[in-house]
Design a protein around this ligand. Structure first.
Ligand SMILES: C[S@@+](CC[C@H](N)C(=O)[O-])C[C@H]1O[C@@H](n2cnc3c(N)ncnc32)[C@H](O)[C@@H]1O
Length: 244
């Protein structure tokens, strides 16, 4: 039977640390997978995994893994990869664990924050992250980039997919949700609105993600692809840990 486990790496102080959950509100978690399926997020995951080029046996950490969908896309493309999902949301991780058991895939899940990547120094081949960076505050973003560099081996690669990139201003639809059906019907507007209301998304605009990675010490940080979705522009950014 495939090995699935959840470990909690939060410090006692971090147990009360706030975070922005996947669908913006905790009560929307049961609908997260349906909402993102309708929004076409799977295609973003598939593109990210294709761009990452993960090889058999490689160690991958999925930062802000939520219910595990990017991790499962990695494992579908490369069943031999050793994948760890990191997220502060214990309920989302339990959903990811149930899905992994149903699929019969091995997955390690760690409850924690993006600024502490689970992995020894220079132990990872890939860090991947989908639609999570805009959930992380300023200090957390800088610490995430620095810690990803620490945990990747020389030549190891980071692949980030998130709202952002050039000319990626998102409109504020001035809208709030009143239930799951409403949220589903108005998903594009809801997501644009959420993105606009979150000041951290602004950090992704222009060269925000590229500059974040370059400042942390990554080489060759650049946008390698983008997608124009109904809910906003999505950028795919990659960089590598320098080989000294
Ligand atoms: C929109 S969801 C994306 C989930 C998944 N990566 C996907 O593509 O479906 C954003 C995720 O970021 C997580 N998150 C929020 N703050 C975080 C932090 N400081 N560190 C790591 N993950 C965080 C949320 O709990 C949520 O699961």
């Amino acid at each position: 039977m495939a090995h699935v486990r959840i470990t909690d790496q939060r410090t006692p102080q971090e147990r009360d640390r706030p975070f922005l959950p996947g669908a913006g509100k905790t009560w929307l978690l049961p609908f997260y997978d349906a909402l993102t399926r309708v929004a076409g997020v799977r295609a973003l995951h598939e593109r990210a995994v294709e761009l990452a080029g993960i090889e058999p046996g490689q160690a991958v950490v999925d930062v802000g893994c939520g219910t595990g969908n990017l991790s499962f896309t990695v494992l579908a493309a490369q069943p031999g990869a050793r994948v760890t999902g990191l997220d502060p949301d214990g309920d989302a991780l339990r959903r990811a664990a149930r899905k992994a058991r149903r699929r019969g895939v091995a997955l390690t899940l760690v409850q924690g924050y993006a600024d502490r990547i689970p992995g020894e120094d220079a132990s990872l081949d890939h860090v991947v992250s989908s639609l999570a960076l805009h959930h992380v505050d300023d200090d957390g973003r800088d610490a995430f980039a620095r810690d990803a560099l620490r945990a990747l081996r020389q030549g190891g690669k980071i692949t980030i997919v998130d709202f952002g990139g050039p000319a990626s201003n998102v409109e504020d639809a001035g809208h709030s949700s009143h239930g799951p059906i409403h949220a589903l019907r108005h998903l594009p507007r809801l997501m644009r609105s959420r993105a606009a209301q979150n000041p951290v998304v602004a950090r992704n605009h222009g060269n925000g993600i590229i500059e974040l990675l370059a400042k942390a010490g990554f080489d060759d940080a650049r946008e390698v692809a983008h997608a124009d979705h109904r809910f906003g522009r999505v950028t795919f950014v990659q960089a590598t840990r320098p080989v000294s």
